[in-house]
Every structure is written in structure tokens, then in C-alpha cells.
Design a protein around this ligand. Structure first.
Ligand SMILES: NC(=O)C1=CN([C@@H]2O[C@H](COP(=O)(O)OP(=O)(O)OC[C@H]3O[C@@H](n4cnc5c(N)ncnc54)[C@H](OP(=O)(O)O)[C@@H]3O)[C@@H](O)[C@H]2O)C=CC1
Ligand SMILES: O=C(O)[C@@H]1CCC=N1
Length: 292
């Protein structure tokens, strides 16, 4: 994304309900890109006061410690971002049920949690944007997948798009594709970091300094991603250009294939999607007797 792009300022108050790693990544990106003013962002969590104070000092956002004040803020905030862990979501969303009004927009970043389950926990057909961002939103290089419920107004849709386009790319998909998308881009940074950890460890074992390994690995990953982006060539074609017949790269790739690298990555992505579905299924409301 280019710094000179015209930015739209979101002037509605945004409340982050959950103030962990993912909430911070998006908040930091939004403020750095000047898409939302710090005073228009509130953050709250369950109990970690020190964490909220740190966030307030770092970003100038508003934070809320007091339980009554938290509820009051949630009641009036036009945009609420659900940013707690899946296992924490049910209790947190149920607290919103009695206080929300029709015109409030819920943006969920929670893996696996469906729009239907959120609406069922709320007991009303609320406007819900289900998103799957990633932590690279911190530096404006996020990749967010999203799906919107039919209740969103045109203005609410624009708010969601503006928010996530400000911190990277946005891919709108059918909701049932969000789990596989999580397997690629939501969790994907972790796979790349793991690969980088292994490359650095190999370099250190081979006698390079940690600093040298870090610089070489970063530049290699950065360069490879940019090559795919800038040349438009398929990764397989670019790989072929590195791989001299019977050369050193081929020997390395054969070693990776001994561990069934390609299929292992595919299995990992699919397992991630499956795990997201499992976490979402664990949150499905069992209808009460009266609802039958
Ligand atoms: N991390 C990632 O890369 C990504 C994460 N996500 C999704 O984002 C969500 C958050 O993940 P992450 O930021 O890593 O998690 P963290 O554990 O870092 O943060 C969770 C936050 O939720 C707060 N919280 C928990 N229960 C409540 C509650 N009842 N009311 C208010 N706040 C509450 C916690 O507060 P306290 O500390 O006080 O308990 C904490 O601030 C998850 O659902 C995950 O699926 C999506 C994409 C990528
Ligand atoms: O690990 C998780 O469950 C979340 C989903 C995407 C990234 N982190």
C-alpha cells in the first residue's frame, strides 16, 4: 500500500472488546495510517489493567477499566470489534445481548465463530462483519478476509472496508470459505516465521552469526514475496529459476520432499481450517426448550 493514497477518516467511535495481540495489531495500523483518530478508539479487556494502561500510553487510545463504564461504552459505541479468544467469546457476547441497539455494527475477528452463532448469542439479527485479519496489519501489510451479514447498511459496509483496507488488503469471500482462508492468511504468518526460525538456526549451526542469519533470512523472505508480486510469475516458475539441474538447491528441495514438504503444508492449512471450524462449533448455542 502506498503512503500517498488518499485516506478516508473513520469518524465513528470504535470500541475494541478485547485488547490482545490482534486488537493491538489493527489499532496500531489504523493510527499509524491516520484512518482513525486515537481519541475515537476505545479498548477494554476482562481484567488486565496493566495491559490497558500500556496501550493507552503507546497509542493515546481511550481505555476502560470500570465494569459499568465498559457496559455504558458498549451500549453507545456505533462499532464494536470482538477481539477475544473463541473460548472467551460466548460469555462476552452474551453480555452485549441486552444492551445493543439495531444500528450498532459488530465486527468479529474471532476464528471459527460464524455470523449465525454471533446473532444467535445476541438473540437478534444484528449487523455482523466476520473478519479474519492477520498480525501484519500492524505495519499496514495485513491480509484480511471477510464476509458481511445482510443486515449491514451501505455505510457500515464502507466502515469495515475502510478499516481493513487501511491496514492491508481485503478479500471478501463467502462465509464458508473463511476457515480455509484462516489456514492461509490468518495463521500463515506463523508458518513463515517458523520457516525463518529454522533457516536462522541452520545458519547459526553452520557458523554464521545470529545477526547475519537474521538479515539474510529477512531479506530472502522479503525478496521472494516481492518477486512473486512484482514479476507476476508463478512461485513454481520462480523456484525453477533458482534450481540448477543437479545443483545445490535441488539437493535441498529433495531433502524437504523427504519430509513431504508440499503435502505437509497443505495438511497444515487444512488442519488449521478444521480447527477453526471446531472452535466455532464449540460455541454454537443449544436452543432452549421454548424455542423448539
Ligand atoms: N493473533 C492472531 O494472529 C489472530 C487472531 N485472531 C483472532 O483474534 C482473537 C483474539 O486473539 P488474540 O488477540 O491473539 O488473543 P489475546 O489472548 O492476545 O487477547 C484476548 C483479549 O480478549 C480479552 N477478553 C477475554 N474475555 C473478555 C471479556 N469477557 N470481555 C472483554 N475482554 C475479554 C482479554 O482480556 P484479559 O487479558 O484481561 O483476559 C484479552 O485482552 C481470537 O479470537 C483469534 O481467533 C484472528 C486473526 C489473527
Ligand atoms: O491461532 C488462532 O487460533 C488464531 C487464528 C488465526 C491466527 N490466530
Amino acid at each position: 500500500m502506498c503512503e500517498s493514497q488518499t485516506k478516508t477518516l473513520i469518524q465513528q467511535h470504535i470500541t475494541f472488546y478485547g485488547a490482545g495481540a490482534m486488537a493491538e495489531a489493527v489499532v496500531r495500523g489504523l493510527i499509524a495510517r491516520q484512518v482513525v483518530r486515537p481519541q475515537d478508539i476505545s479498548m477494554m479487556n476482562r481484567s488486565n489493567v496493566k495491559r490497558l494502561d500500556e496501550l493507552q500510553q503507546k497509542y493515546g487510545v481511550q481505555v476502560q477499566h470500570n465494569d459499568d463504564a465498559k457496559m455504558e461504552l458498549l451500549k453507545h459505541s456505533p462499532v464494536i470489534v470482538l477481539a477475544m479468544k473463541p473460548k472467551e467469546a460466548s460469555a462476552a457476547i452474551k453480555k452485549l445481548a441486552p444492551i445493543l441497539s439495531d444500528d450498532q455494527l459488530i465486527i468479529s475477528m474471532i476464528a471459527g465463530l460464524t455470523i449465525r452463532t454471533i446473532q444467535s448469542l445476541l438473540g437478534r439479527p444484528q449487523a455482523v462483519a466476520r473478519t479474519m485479519p492477520n498480525t501484519s496489519s500492524t505495519i499496514g501489510l495485513g491480509a484480511t478476509g471477510l464476509s458481511l451479514s445482510k443486515e449491514l447498511t451501505a455505510e457500515q459496509r464502507q466502515t469495515v472496508l475502510t478499516m481493513f483496507e487501511a491496514v492491508g488488503t481485503v478479500t471478501e469471500v463467502e462465509e464458508d470459505k473463511l476457515e480455509i482462508l484462516t489456514g492461509i492468511s490468518g495463521s500463515g504468518p506463523a508458518y513463515i516465521y517458523y520457516m525463518m526460525e529454522a533457516m536462522m538456526a541452520a545458519g547459526i549451526r553452520g557458523g554464521l552469526t545470529p545477526d547475519q542469519c537474521r538479515e539474510l533470512t529477512i531479506q530472502t523472505v522479503l525478496g521472494a514475496a516481492r518477486m512473486v508480486q512484482k514479476t507476476g510469475e508463478a512461485p513454481s516458475a520462480l523456484r525453477a529459476k533458482v534450481t540448477s539441474p543437479n545443483g545445490a538447491t535441488q539437493a535441498a528441495l529433495e531433502k524437504l520432499d523427504e519430509g513431504d514438504f508440499f503435502e505437509t503444508v497443505i495438511s497444515a492449512v487444512h488442519r488449521c481450517a478444521e480447527r477453526s471450524r471446531e472452535m466455532g462449533a464449540a460455541l454454537v448455542e443449544v436452543p432452549s426448550r421454548e424455542e423448539y
